[in-house]
Write a protein that binds this ligand. Structure first.
Ligand SMILES: NC(=O)c1ccc[n+]([C@@H]2O[C@H](COP(=O)([O-])OP(=O)(O)OC[C@H]3O[C@@H](n4cnc5c(N)ncnc54)[C@H](O)[C@@H]3O)[C@@H](O)[C@H]2O)c1
Length: 447
């Protein structure tokens, strides 16, 4: 079996490498010549734990290759996956499908023998039918089926998510397409992964339903956190208290600065648009979008308030810029709202992120870029944790106190126990938990 993966980004590269690990011959294709040149030299253009070793071993085994030559790869493939981006269209929130449709045109021109064209990108309901129409129009002679196979991997744990998924969703409407995709995913049958075969429309919509549900779950706990702050309750205990109920589940109940990333913001918006267009508005999702947008901006105010109501002329140390740990992806990260708001309020921002700074430098002007967490803290009037990288979970708090000009920590990810931070002599402000004040100096000294 041979496949072509069109689009070698976060999804295409991980999926391509993982399929090659399953024993399939995979050609990963991208229009971005620089990206392909790096991959051909053995360099991985993104940060994703475990990816370098997976790519390296499969390239060495001769099962994984990288190229800009879409036509040759498609000609030889039994299945062609479309894994190109579907960002928000500027201004209106609809998914921009131009990359998908361009890829469909290019694939059509090169089809050779029976081929299944599999849409892996997240696309609004109806897109697979349009891909079918584009290909049939360009190549009425082509022997092909279109299938939908939305991807659920998460950046940061992408390889495990792909190789041990909770489920696989496949929209396929011919026996031939179904059989081909069954054999491609055979290794997952061996570990008893549920595989749901359904229609194109259902598969497309399943992906959006999943992402918007998760976005709603995060937004729900974030609003509960706001209420906790007003009434003196602890959102983490509440999350545990409700999460242990099997009907609710424990995951995605971490209060924080609002969801970001390359998927939730654009997918919630796109589903809102589809639902309105079809006359079945999703008012829950519309509210989730609004509440989350407001929240990201409000996080800067939280930091300002922790600094006594003004950051004019002050310096804020910001730890973590990516939208979550273990990725270098900055798309729609809360830091992109928080840092400029702090700067607009008159603050200087000293920032550090373990993997995101190369990308962040293009997106966040006038930031003082630091060597590490402690470098960022030097002379700062407050420390703000924006992304919960592991290396920020066990900071030397005594050292932090001596480096900071004012002993204030704002933890937007709740990674510390309030009592521990207060005991180290820092005022601690987190999300949905009472602020913790340090004990008087004398008490600290005597332990
Ligand atoms: N990133 C995630 O965590 C994630 C998870 C699940 C689903 N998805 C979905 O998967 C899709 C891809 O997302 P991503 O994050 O990998 O995007 P990405 O921007 O990282 O990668 C897309 C790649 O496609 C390439 N490309 C565009 N048009 C092309 C063409 N005609 N031929 C060849 N290459 C082309 C681009 O150069 C780019 O390298 C999106 O629809 C996204 O919503 C993403």
């Amino acid at each position: 079996m041979r496949i072509a993966m069109i689009g070698t980004g976060y999804v295409g590269l991980v999926s391509g490498a993982a399929f090659s690990e399953f024993g399939v011959e995979v050609a990963c294709i991208d229009k971005d010549k620089a990206k392909i040149a790096r991959l051909q030299k053995g360099e991985i253009p993104i940060y994703e734990p475990g990816l370098e070793a997976l790519v390296d071993s499969n390239v060495k085994a001769g099962r994984l290759s990288f190229s800009t030559d879409l036509a040759s790869a498609v000609r030889e493939a039994d299945a062609v996956f479309i894994a190109v981006g579907t960002p928000s269209r500027h201004g209106d929130g609809y998914a921009d499908l131009s990359y998908v449709y361009t890829a469909a045109e290019e694939i059509a021109a090169a089809l050779n023998g029976y081929t299944v064209v599999v849409v892996k990108s997240t696309v609004p309901v109806g897109t697979c039918r349009e891909v079918e129409r584009i290909i049939s129009k360009k190549r009425p002679d082509a022997d092909f089926d279109v299938a939908s196979n939305p991807e659920f991997l998460r950046e940061g744990s992408a390889i495990n998510d792909f190789m041990r998924p909770d489920r696989v969703i496949i929209g396929a409407e011919s026996d031939r397409a179904e059989q081909l995709l069954r054999s491609l995913y055979r290794p997952l049958y061996l570990i008893e992964t549920p595989v749901i075969f359904t229609t194109l429309e259902t598969a497309e919509l399943t992906k959006y339903a999943a992402n918007t549900f998760l976005a709603a779950k995060i937004t729900f706990i974030n609003e509960i956190a706001d209420l906790c702050e007003k009434v003196g309750a602890d959102v983490q205990d509440i999350a545990r208290g409700i999460g242990l109920d099997g009907r609710i589940g424990r995951k995605f109940l971490h209060a924080g600065p609002g969801y970001g990333g390359s998927c939730f913001p654009k997918d919630t918006l796109a589903l809102v648009r589809t639902a309105r267009d079809k006359g079945a508005p999703l008012s829950i999702v519309e509210t989730v979008v609004r509440v989350n947008d407001e929240r990201k901006r409000r996080m800067a105010t939280k930091i300002v308030e922790a600094c006594g109501g003004s950051v004019m002329g002050k310096t804020i140390a910001v730890l973590g810029l990516t939208f979550k740990p273990n990725t270098d992806d900055m798309r729609e990260s809360p830091s992109l709202d928080i840092v400029p708001e702090l700067q607009n309020a008159g603050a200087t921002v000293r920032a550090f992120d373990p993997q995101g700074m190369a990308e962040a430098k293009h997106l966040l002007p006038n930031v003082v870029w630091c060597e590490d967490a402690y470098d960022a803290m030097k002379g700062a009037d407050a420390l703000a944790i924006v992304t919960e990288w592991n290396e920020f979970r066990a900071l030397d708090l005594d050292r932090a106190r001596t480096l900071l000009k004012a002993p204030i920590m704002v933890d937007l990810r709740n990674i510390y126990r309030p009592a521990d931070v207060a005991a180290a002599g820092l005022r601690y402000v987190s999300i949905g938990r009472p602020a913790a004040e340090p004990p008087p100096r004398a008490a600290r000294a005597s332990g």
